[in-house]
Design a protein around this ligand. Structure first.
Ligand code: CA
Ligand code: CA
Length: 146
């Protein structure tokens, strides 16, 4: 007779469930672009272009994502590097689990700069304040600016 084996099994099962519960709780931030447009006035040196896009930020996790920093860069290609120009920085409000937030990014390009064919890169959690399950999907590249 082994009076304790059932209790041990029960405790192990409970611990396993608890561990699985902890392991599956995660925070995430990811994003996507929904359209991007450009509007320009003037010409030559006096060209002023403004790029507008809807950026959708999502928390795919099951824990709330705290407030974080969101940056937008202008880039010649689809990767972010030091030569890319910071266009705008803002705070992304805390996001509940499974929730998305649509943000309209209105981005002024430098005087004389035409955006056509360039990309806007959204950088989620730019200050890395949020410990995420996936840190590799925080750069969100737009389509080429029309
Ligand atoms: Ca992420
Ligand atoms: Ca992060």
């Amino acid at each position: 007779m082994r009076p304790t084996s059932k209790s041990v099994l029960l405790i192990l099962t409970l611990l396993g469930g608890l561990y699985a519960g902890i392991a599956s709780a995660f925070i995430g931030l990811s994003g996507s672009w929904d359209g991007i447009t450009q509007h320009c006035t003037g010409g030559g040196e006096n060209l002023r272009c403004r790029v507008t896009g809807v950026f959708i930020a999502t928390n795919p996790g099951d824990e709330p994502a705290p407030r974080s920093v969101l940056r937008f860069f202008l880039s010649e290609d689809d990767t972010l590097d030091e030569s890319d120009l910071l266009l705008n920085e803002r705070h992304l409000k805390a996001l509940s689990p499974g929730k998305s937030k649509d943000l309209t990014a209105r981005l002024k390009l430098p005087k004389g700069q035409l955006g056509t064919g360039l990309f806007v890169i959204g950088q989620l959690d730019a200050e890395n304040d949020v410990p995420e399950e996936n840190e590799d999907n925080n750069l969100v590249v737009s389509r080429p600016i029309p």
